[in-house]
Design a protein around this ligand. Structure first.
Ligand SMILES: [Ca+2]
Length: 211
């Protein structure tokens, strides 16, 4: 061949015209020629090719000229990366507050349903698993579906309304901010005979008698 190879790199000894040429792997040269521009590969690797006169060889005019690469890489492999979800978000209720009215003297199987949602993606961190009433001794319970009901008949005279703080937990037990639930107790009156009646007379008349 009429050309020689010279490696230009800081702190790397230069090969003389009669040295180093035989140490270049042909397989690497063929691979690099197929993959891209020989001129760019030479510039990236700090390699300059010269002819016998010492002038640089223009690869575009000598497409079959041998090139030198000082690096190589293995064949591609597939890497599978499993991304673990992180519990970034607490559940949030779909309403800013809740309000419901209930008659006194009744046990309700369902007074109200509260709902919270969570922005995390995995079932552990993104599903809501539990609701809780923070008030102590409140005559109410709430289940994992957010269904609220009273545990004893409500009494208007004892309390006209009950204000509860309810929180939600995702399945990683991250807790939401509390939401207010206001239960207004309605007095129940029945029509019947009572002293004074509707008009307030002293005689017993038909009127409304409240519990
Ligand atoms: Ca979450």
């Amino acid at each position: 061949m009429g050309s020689s190879l010279q490696i230009l790199h800081k702190n790397v000894p230069k090969l003389t015209r009669n040295e180093g040429v035989g140490e270049v792997s042909e397989d690497v040269l063929v691979g690099d020629m197929k993959k891209g521009s020989p001129k760019k590969d030479e510039q990236r690797n700090g390699i300059r090719r010269e002819d016998d006169s010492g002038d640089p060889i223009d690869s575009s005019r000598h497409p079959t000229s041998p090139s030198l690469s000082v690096s190589s890489h293995s064949p591609n492999v597939t890497a599978r990366i499993k991304v673990q979800d992180v519990n970034e978000h607490a559940p949030e209720f779909t309403q800013a507050s809740y309000k419901v009215e209930a008659e006194e003297g009744r046990l309700y199987p369902e007074l109200l349903t509260v709902t919270a949602a969570d922005s995390d993606c995995s079932p552990k961190f993104g599903d809501v698993c539990k609701y809780e009433i923070l008030n102590d001794d409140a005559p109410f319970i709430i289940n994992s579906e957010g269904i609220l009901k009273n545990t004893e008949p409500l009494n208007y005279e004892r309390s006209h309304n009950h204000i509860l703080s309810v929180v939600a937990y995702d399945c990683g037990m991250r807790r939401s901010e509390p939401v207010m639930v206001n239960i207004k107790v309605n007095r129940v009156c029945h029509i019947g005979w009572k002293a004074g009646g509707i008009s307030g007379d002293s005689d017993s008349k038909l009127g409304y008698e409240c519990m």
